[in-house]
Design a protein around this ligand. Sequence first.
Ligand code: SF4
Length: 195
Amino acid sequence: MIQIEDTLISLDIIEKAFICDLAQCKGACCVEGDSGAPLESNEYQIIKKILPEIWNDLSPEAQAVIEKQGVGYIDEDGEVVTSLVNGRDCVFTFYDEKGICKCAIEKAYREGRIDFYKPISCHLYPIRVAKHNTFRALNYNKWKICKPAEILGSKAGVPLYKFLKEPLIRKFGEAWYNELETVASEWEKQKESEL
Ligand code: SF4
């Protein structure tokens, strides 16, 4: 574990190679799993506000779920998460012409229709942030559906924390990220010197 301010960072985040390989995984993280994507306290309201902008990109099934229970619900861990269709697909997903599952919120952002990119937990995935009393723990949520991303990351020599630079800065700030980079390169040097 590495500590920066009030965050404890798993070594996997600096040691594991990772680049999402959408051609292989087809965006399965938006579909697989038994809970929706965790939402921060203000994100539920933000999504409610931007809903009209993304409504036409959602499936009729997703629209029906949102009309019935809203954009999110409280899961069995007591966390507010995005609503799901049939307990699987996030309600904000759609499929592109190549059959890749994508996020309608991100699509609207990229088209300049809204200024909210997508929930930070999705942006940071496969890093998960767990809140504890006095600290936050950052872990790599290792899942077999992401295996192609580990292979692609290894080929390119890109570690997870570099692949997720943008969302890590969005969540923790530039100074925090710079410190992570420094600690990671010291860690790498130390490992090389031990070989
Ligand atoms: S996090 Fe995993 S499943 Fe999701 S897009 Fe990346 S590689 Fe695919």
